[in-house]
Design a protein around this ligand. Structure first.
Ligand code: ASP
Length: 306
């Protein structure tokens, strides 16, 4: 039974015109991954390529269109994990490449490490032949100016109160992307990519590249999360969900139990997608929306929902 689910972030959409764009985006991404699975490719290829489609789509907060830090720069995080071997590759704080998820996979396959950050990650990208690329879009630059202005005018709480800022404006959150897939050999992989949280302090690393926080996969299941990363790091949300699966829950019940854990403890915005090794799909979130799409072997069309 092969299957794939992708998300385009948890949060809230500002306007309805954006709904069409993001729905089309997750649809394209899930179909890209599904085509690969159908043709016998591994779940690792499927999640990498699905996330890549979303990174190239400026509607999402990953790759092109990543949100900006407090000082107006891009610092992208990404991770990819292969369940059968628990191998994982991740990058953090990278600003000048087009597809962070592809670099994360290179870390997994071409180094002895799990996570490269900042300058070292940039040098490694060069070594791997990645071309320089500027992921900042005009739209994100304008949003940054608008929100920074409001922040400095005291209209929004300052950074230590990011939680209130995002609670008041959940539209600042949506856009991180992720995918979880199971292939015909029952191997599960997970991948996540993000520009992080809007107006984050320079140097802040979120949950996305931390195995077990934003991204996790084992022989039992896989999960990818979105929301305020600090919450996922404190609860190890994706590891928690995968552990629930290992203990016998199906992916849907495990995802719901994971979000319950967040709600009962750190109480921060969060969303998670998951797949278990029986091919069940699950998702749960505590935000107004989590953009998502999934398709399983035998289905004609993906289910796309906000
Ligand atoms: N989880 C991401 C982070 O904290 C942000 C998001 O999902 O929107 O970096």
């Amino acid at each position: 039974m092969y299957a794939i689910i992708v998300h385009g972030g948890a949060g809230k959409l500002k306007d309805r015109s954006k709904e069409v764009k993001v729905s089309n985006g997750v649809r394209r991404a899930v179909l890209r991954g599904y085509d690969l699975l159908k043709n016998g490719s591994s779940s690792l290829d499927a999640v990498e390529q699905a996330v890549r489609v979303l990174e190239d789509d400026p509607s999402f907060n990953a790759g092109t269109g990543s949100v900006l830090t407090f000082d107006g720069k891009v610092e992208m995080d990404a991770a990819i994990m292969y369940g059968p071997t628990l191998k994982v590759g991740a990058i953090a704080g990278v600003d000048c490449i087009r597809n962070p998820i592809v670099l994360a996979r290179k870390v997994m396959e071409e180094t002895d490490h799990v996570l490269l950050e900042g300058e070292g990650a940039r040098k490694f990208a060069k070594l791997m032949g990645f071309e320089d690329y500027n992921p900042v879009t005009e739209k994100r630059r304008k949003e940054w100016e608008e929100y920074k202005e409001k922040l400095l005018n005291g209209e929004y709480p300052t950074w230590p109160k990011i939680r209130e800022l995002i609670r008041e404006h959940p539209e600042l959150l949506h856009g991180t992307v992720g995918a979880v897939a199971i292939d015909e050999k029952d191997s599960i992989s997970a991948a996540t990519s993000t520009g992080g949280v809007f107006l984050k302090l320079p140097g802040r690393v979120g949950d996305t590249p931390i195995p077990g926080a934003g991204t996790y996969a084992t022989p039992y299941g896989g999960a990818s999360s979105t929301g305020i990363g600090e919450g996922m790091m404190r609860t190890l949300l994706t590891k928690t969900v995968v552990d629930f699966i290992r203990m016998g829950l199906d992916a849907q019940t495990a995802a719901e139990a994971g979000i319950n854990f967040i709600n009962n403890t750190v109480k921060l915005s969060a969303g998670v997608i998951a797949i278990d090794n029986r091919g069940n799909i699950g998702f749960a979130y505590n935000t107004p929306y989590m953009i998502r799409a999934y398709i399983k072997e035998g289905m004609e069309e993906p289910v796309v929902a906000l």
